[in-house]
Design a binder for this molecule. Sequence first.
Ligand code: SAH
Length: 352
Amino acid sequence: MSLRDHIVARVAADGPITLADYMHDCLLHPTFGYYATRDPFGAAGDFVTAPEISQMFGELIGLCLAQCWIEQGRPTAFTLAELGPGRGTLMADILRATASVPGFTDAAHVLMIEASAHLAALQQRTVTHPRITWRSTVDDLPHAPLFLVANEFFDALPAHQFQRDGKRWRERQIGVKNGALSPGLGPALVQRMLDHRLDDTQDGDIVEYTPGLAPIVETITDRIASYGGAALIFDYGDWRSLGDTFQAMQAHAPVDPFAEPGSADLTTHVDFEAVTRAAKCAFTRLTPQGVFLERLGITQRANALAQHLKGDALQAHIDAHRRLTHPDEMGNLFKVLGLFPPNAAPPPGLDI
Ligand code: SAH
């Protein structure tokens, strides 16, 4: 049995499934899911994320979070959390960089939120700390100050797609035609959660809706508002995304998302406005990743590291700096949003 057989059987029994159900099965099915079965990161995998490009990314994020911790009076016990830690590289870089901030790592309880048992096992080999825990959801997030990072996490949450039809919406669904998975449209229905999108869309426009996003944002921002802390959310996306942003990546190239279920990374762009609508604490201006990293001093850090490098290693380091920051590379496509308590300053590098 393959994931395709499983989905075909599901459609035969229940009718067409939503795009969100399709994404969920493809990414997280416990036997066949993309994240359940492989390590997709890096040159030999399907895509490369910022922490896998250079240690500078995690170092600067670690120091940014530690600065928030200092400014908020160095709480003596707090949660240092990551959503969707992949290989664990980002958290390992955060912990290494912040080891030089007196008291920070000693006061931290590290929490790794990872749905894939396969990737959690990988992270257990990469990240070490005297107090570290793995959970598959944010449900039992401790009632304590929370300093959190998420990189390319929200784009992996299952999304619905709707096409506007008058004042109603037709949902994109996946059915089966001649044995092949085939996308189509469901009946035109009123969708209350899209009422605000009737103001800025026209007939035929596609909007995306990720139901898993708001409950996660509510939980983390509840802790930040109640106990202090900060969150940095990195992803590709925009304010109120519009249009079809669903894509499948395999071996660093876009592929047909319905060709081979479970074998490609599936994402949609993150609607950062939806994050702020769910937030129970203050939020910063949505800022391009390149601008944020420059403000935190990535070029000075790059120059310092370059002193110890030569030849191919130096060139790779220069390329990595460019990739993370340049507007033609990840610098503009990727954005960062900061979440922080109403009575505190925004995280360094971000403003309101
Ligand atoms: N942050 C990492 C990996 C990004 S890929 C990096 O930057 O390299 C997405 C990560 O989120 C993977 O670790 C995946 O297993 C995890 N993930 C996806 N959906 C999830 C969910 N619903 N709950 C928890 N983790 C999830």
